[in-house]
Design a binder for this molecule. Sequence first.
Ligand SMILES: Cc1cc2ncn([C@H]3O[C@H](COP(=O)(O)O)[C@@H](O)[C@H]3O)c2cc1C
Ligand SMILES: O=C(O)c1cccnc1
Length: 575
Amino acid sequence: MTYPRPVPLIGDGTAATERAADPAGWALPDADRAGLYRTVEARRDVRRYRPDPVPDEVLTRVLTAAHQAPSVGHSQPWRFVVVRDAGIRDTAAVLTDRERLRQAAQLDPDAAARLLDLQLAGVREAPLGVVVCCDRRAPAAGVLGRATFPDADLWSCATAVQNLWLAARAEGLGVGWVTLFRPEELAALLGLPDGVVTLGWLCLGWPDERPPAPGLERAAWSRRQPLSDVVLADRWPAEEAAPAPPPSRLRSPVPEQVVGARDDADRLLTPPGSLGVLDGAVARAVALGRGGLTGGVLVLAAADHPVTAHRVSAYPASATRDVVTAAVAGVAMGATAARSAGLDLVVVDAGVTGPPVPGAVVARPSGVRGDLVTEPAMTAADAAALLAAGRALGVEHGRAGLVALGEVGVGNTTVAAALAAALLHVEPAVVAGLGSGADAAMVERKRDVVAAALTRAGTDLDPLTALAELGGPELAVLAGVVLGSAEAGAVVVLDGFATAVAALVAVLLEPAAQSALVAGQRSRERGSDAVLQALGCEPLLDLRLRAGEGVGAVLAAGLLLHGLRMRRETARVDS
Ligand SMILES: Cc1cc2ncn([C@H]3O[C@H](COP(=O)(O)O)[C@@H](O)[C@H]3O)c2cc1C
Ligand SMILES: O=C(O)c1cccnc1
């Protein structure tokens, strides 16, 4: 049976089916739309004003439109100082006149003459001045969206100006935006406190001119560029751009698949997004066409690392071989985790010291291995070959639909740290962590080793070079597994720090691989957050794991399979 859709009493009452049936259904009626475009097209900068007063209710409508502008983090940083006082308007007018002469003095004579010809007054004549101010006293980091774009508060105020301007135009009022001021002089005139800045003076009043075209265009100061000059396709045109990245073979799921997954989620008899982070992971799998998943495979790649000579691991290198041998026998922790979650296990010997580990798939480097500090981790040819071998494994095992990643390799948290530091351009201290159980002195050594490795290899490395210089063979294989799995349309579930760094290499090589990733967990290892952030992936679990071997990936994969089953079996509402 189906259930009636519980329509929320608050918020968006529309259903996914409605939106899918009529994607343009949010449009306003034809006349409203035409009116908006007519207003946008007819907006002018007005410099001559009638002295007649502007009724308060009209002013309020116009200011209300301004106050409905978008603002970064909904911070509403704008303040509108409405100046009616004739004395203040007179003083402001003198300030602009002075500035106009100062600027004319800097131009060549012809341009200066044209500037002086332009009617720039209005500050004195218009019955109202609206000085748009931005209160910047809130710390940028506290406003959603401003930590990264600290000037977004100013842009918000500019959108308020535009709203005001369009509303004024529709009312028949003129607006002139005057920035021919020294900002500090205008601020002093209005008594603005430190931290409040102005975007200039808006003259507002009934216009004594009705310009059919922009004044500066009529004065041949400039002209409107064709739309095709200002709209660019996908990236900045080649002659000025950095070299194009190498072509990627991978493609993310097409938008129809992503939206289809969301539409289906919307029909569940539960509030949208009720499973939180898990819903995001389930949506990824469904968008990849993997909603029916019931199992998958753990790919466990292992290698040893010459960097252990620098005493950066709490355990002897021989532990790698022991753990891999136990994994093949099905009794290492990663192997038992996989079995209990119903996943198959593929163990890859990517360079375990000694002869190939019996029972493991062999994909080992053939050239010299180095300790990062004095020599590259491996040759460029080996890095490329291991990446390709991993890719083939990913394509093969990706058919199962879910690939969990795991690693074994004493010393590999140091290797992963070096690679992460180079790829993310962060300090060694950000990524050098406890690993399998380092003490403070060892963490310090790891940091020094990473710093020395970066000094030798440099930090401006393309991902493949970074992999050879600073990476490890199992990380190269795993980066390839990510690419191959993504190519096969599989969901890739990451484990801890090292697997996330391998995924980062993959994503830097082919960005579309990101849409296959699910971060299994937030690992205990320092640096895990930085890498997951760079991947743009929010982890499913936060158990302070430091088990490696894919244990966290498998636990998360189990959770994802539960989530998919719930998605499949939960009742749908009718539409
Ligand atoms: C017995 C044992 C089993 C492990 N299983 C995973 N790791 C984890 O620890 C290692 C990385 O830490 P570090 O960089 O400090 O050496 C990797 O093998 C990782 O998978 C293990 C480590 C040990 C000792
Ligand atoms: O985050 C991990 O996966 C991890 C941490 C410590 C040791 N080995 C792996």
